[in-house]
Design a protein around this ligand. Structure first.
Ligand code: B1M
Length: 791
């Protein structure tokens, strides 16, 4: 018996909080809790003992932040802290075989690319060091917890699985909107984490059990493995500078019991909970048996914020990211022109692609390097899942490893060698895989022979532990011009594969018409025939109207587009708008909204020939960001895309800035002004625009940056004898911080006037927080400064 078999048979109880327990025992703000493993082992041991006594089966080591970045200034190494933590846990459990020790691994504390600067592989290395130390010290399982970025979870899980043979659990932290901070929903978390082969998954921290209930329900709906819930003791609230948690152990238990009855089987507590909460949970569930876990048998692929389930209705795989037969594409690959590829991606998604095939195979380039770069770039601006398409195992593995999601691997076939090289990758990274019905003898003419190859692919894949749901069979389309009699064999094979094995099928449609005129007539008709036989995911060009018409009509006729909603929304407009855009985007606004960083530079330069700098800011930059902001608010895009748009604006503005500076008159200073985005706010695009314009009018700017502490503003104003202080804030929450800064400047008797700005403000708010001036934009700021300094 071990933890893995226990998981399937009974409730498992985790401990509760460590951090809040330590705070109650004297841990001060700024102290690193993990140093207690060395400085106060008795306190940690006492906490573990309390939890064991309360009935916890798993105690979590005090190593949440024991990574090399967080420990950097403590003087202790990762190995020292983790070894000591595991030893304390061992002492606390006193050889009890009933208690397991989980090596706790929390988030690194820095954001991964593209949101932050930490690379995926660097994150992996940081986690690897923790895992190795934990394994060496003798922990029983690895718990990756409180993760809000799916990419970071993937790095941690790979580090755990590649450097240990211990069970791995992973929990993520969700907000009240049902998503993690970077936009992952419960289904997507389940799709990726299950694929990566964790032993249990779930949710912890941030919310109380009541608020977690809908999130846990979603996880339970999709998960085929044990589900963990570790809620906070309610929503945290700050009282007299201390964080307090609202709900009692009784209320906590009521909600945990509901989740247990719905299927959660690993239960514990997070912030604010203590041994009393755990004791109550154990007691409350003692007469209950966990709900039996069922295999949900989903065929699903995902990006970090979107899951596509195959089989319920036809899904389109866009074929355009592929250089075969495309001269411009080849040139783009050779010249590293990512914007061209990104545009192909965006166009296909806008035209209706659900998944994108990515193939960058060209003999004259380094396919692995270009594939990794392409996948990274696409996933930073687009949220549909990807299909990694290459014939090289090495290229596939490199791409699948850094992909932030569960991709489809395209492809294997019936050749032993190919299967043996690709299936281990499919299994390890938990991908779906396409099996082509060909082998060493080529593509069989007859449907029956293709079905035989499909059978071999499926059975070999299953030997590797790949689930049948993760296998997609492509019965291969032959061209009507050369092998006319075999066209129908493909259709027949699709039907047979579906009937015989119940797997999903894929088909590259456009091949059928090769060499014949008016190709789209054949493509369209063949597609309709294939759809009727149940092809789940045709690979095609979604920019083709005839193809899209067929798909949409099929969805109505097969009763998957219920009440013809999609069909009506598209075709009830007079003229069906074909969103086919093969050339570059005309509009800078569009470029910003899409996050095409490099393209923004050229476009801005072009615009500067006919428009003046501030017109571009007002007519393009700000309106584009407004659209992006609204999309973000509605949940149409998530933080990574918001960041890409902000980066694009920065690129555009850097060109504008150059022009302004060139035109600017270098005169003596007309007056010194401090500019700062207030504490807690990191939005600085607007402030930077105001800075450049003010400088251009001859004012000397002391730019204190963003998220600026109140004291720094006060000190600088005093030291530099500045008489005009400009503050910027973009969020409702940071207007308070602006108000406090103003209060502090007044309290310290700084003889200055205060100018405020930022999208969240208006004159009324400015008056309310007692600012002297409010500027709605940069020009207004100049007017105020000129009046103030009388210049
Ligand atoms: Co965020 N963000 N953002 N964001 N972001 C907003 C502000 C938001 C309204 C989006 C939304 O939900 N609709 C929302 C705030 C909601 C609220 O307050 N109720 C929001 C949020 C929630 C967040 C995060 C919390 C998201 C998250 O992490 N989950 C996070 C905040 C972190 C933090 O600050 N602690 C966050 C992060 C980011 C990015 C990093 C991705 C990026 C900022 C990058 C950067 O600035 N370096 C970003 C962006 C780009 C936006 C939007 C889309 C655009 C802001 C912008 O740059 N506008 C924004 C939505 C929106 O505003 N439409 C949004 C263009 C800029 C030129 O305008 O700054 O108003 P603005 O400046 C104008 C005038 O206001 C004036 O002149 C400028 C030029 O005309 N002005 C002054 C500005 N300062 C002035 C000072 C003056 C005088 C005039 O005198 C001193």
């Amino acid at each position: 018996m071990g933890i893995k078999s226990d998981l399937l048979n009974r409730f498992i109880f985790f401990d509760g909080a460590m951090g809040t327990m330590l705070q109650n025992r004297g841990l001060k703000a700024g102290e690193v809790p993990e140093t207690y493993n060395i400085l106060h082992p008795d306190i940690i041991k006492e906490i573990h003992e309390k939890y064991i006594k309360a009935g916890a089966n798993i105690i979590t080591t005090n190593t949440f932040g024991a990574n090399e970045l967080k420990l950097k200034d403590t003087g202790y190494s990762v190995e020292e802290v983790i070894t000591s933590a595991v030893n304390i846990a061992k002492e606390a459990k006193k050889n009890s075989r009933e208690t397991y020790i989980a090596l706790d691994i929390g988030p690194i504390g820095q954001m991964l690319e593209p949101i932050g600067t930490l690379s995926f592989e660097r994150a992996y290395e940081i986690f690897k060091r923790q895992v190795e130390a934990g394994v060496k010290a003798g922990c029983d399982l690895i718990l990756v917890e409180t993760i809000s970025d799916l990419y970071e979870a993937k790095a941690a899980i790979l580090a755990a699985k590649e450097n240990s043979s211990l069970p791995v659990f992973c929990t993520m932290t969700f907000g009240e909107d049902g998503r993690t901070f970077t936009g992952t929903d419960p289904l997507t978390m389940v799709t990726l984490l299950e694929g990566l082969g964790v032993d249990a998954l779930g949710v912890n921290c941030s919310l109380g059990p009541k608020e977690l209930l809908p999130i846990a329900e979603k996880i339970l709906e999709y998960s085929s493995i044990p589900v963990i819930v570790q809620a906070n003791a309610g929503l945290p609230r700050v009282e007299y500078g201390k964080t307090v948690y609202e709900i009692t152990p009784e209320e906590f238990v009521d909600n945990i019991k509901i989740m247990a009855k719905k299927g959660a089987s690993i239960l514990g507590g997070c912030c604010g909970t203590d041994d009393e909460y755990i004791k109550r949970v154990v007691e409350a569930l003692k007469d209950l048996k966990p709900v039996k876990i069922t295999d949900k048998k989903l065929t699903a692929v995902c990006s970090s914020s979107k899951t596509v389930i195959l089989g319920k209705e036809v899904k389109l795989i866009g074929e355009r990211i592929n250089p075969t037969g495309k001269k411009i594409f080849k040139e783009a690959l050779k010249n590293n022109n990512m914007d061209y590829i990104l545009r192909e991606a965006i166009n296909q998604v806008e035209a209706g692609a659900d998944i994108l095939d990515v193939n960058v195979g060209l003999p004259e380039i380094d396919e692995k390097e270009v594939m990794v770069k392409t996948v990274k770039e696409i996933q930073s601006i687009i949220n549909v899942p990807l299909q990694i398409d290459s014939s090289e195992a090495e290229v596939i593995e490199a791409a699948v490893r850094i992909y932030n999601g569960k991709p489809i691997i395209n492809s294997v076939n019936g050749k032993e060698k190919v299967m043996r090289s690709i299936f281990p990758i499919v299994k390890k990274y938990g991908a779906c895989v396409v099996g082509l019905t060909l082998d060493d003898n080529g593509i069989p003419s007859k449907a029956e022979d293709r079905v035989e190859i499909a059978e071999k692919i499926i059975s070999t894949a299953m030997e590797y532990g790949i689930k049948k749901e993760d296998i997609l069979i492509d019965c291969l389309v032959l061209t009507a011009s050369a092998q006319q009699s075999e066209v129908i064999e493909t259709i027949k094979a699709v039907r047979m594969v579906k009937e015989k094995f119940g797997v999903k099928t894929l088909l590259g449609v456009s091949n059928v018409s090769f060499g014949l005129p008016k190709r789209e007539i054949l493509n369209q008709t063949f597609l309709a025939m294939a759809l009727a036989e149940g092809v789940d995911a045709p690979i095609l060009n979604p920019n083709n109207k005839a193809i899209m018409d067929t798909i949409r009509a099929f969805k109505v006729l097969s009763n998957t587009d219920r009440e013809a909603k999609e069909y009506i929304s598209i075709y009830s407009k007079d003229e069906h708008k074909e969103t086919i855009q093969t050339e570059s985007y005309r509009d800078l606004k569009e470029i910003i909204i899409k996050g095409l960083k490099d393209e923004a530079i050229g476009k801005t330069k072009e615009l500067l020939r006919s428009k003046d700098s501030l017109t571009i800011v007002d007519e393009y930059l700000i309106p584009a960001l407004d659209v992006v902001g609204k999309k973000y608010e509605k949940g149409d895009i998530f933080l990574p895309q918001l960041i890409m748009s902000a980066e694009t604006v920065k690129n555009s503005f850097s060109v504008i800035k150059e022009k302004i500076q060139l035109e600017g008159k270098k005169e003596v200073s007309k007056g010194k002004i401090i500019l700062a985005t207030v504490q807690g706010d990191i939005h600085d695009i607007g402030k930077n625009i105001v800075k450049v314009i003010l400088e251009n009018y001859g004012f000397e700017i002391i730019d204190l940056g963003k998220d600026v502490p109140i004291e720094k503003i006060v000190e600088t104003a005093k030291k530099e004898k500045v008489t005009l202080v400009g503050l910027s804030a973009l969020m409702t929450t940071t207007v308070k911080s602006m108000e406090k800064t103003i209060e502090s400047l007044r309290k310290n008797n700084i003889p200055c006037k205060i100018l405020v700005g930022g999208a969240v403000l208006n004159q009324e708010y400015a008056d309310m927080i007692k600012a002297d001036y409010y500027a709605k934009d940069a020009q207004e700021a100049v007017k105020i400064a000129r009046r103030f300094f009388n210049v």
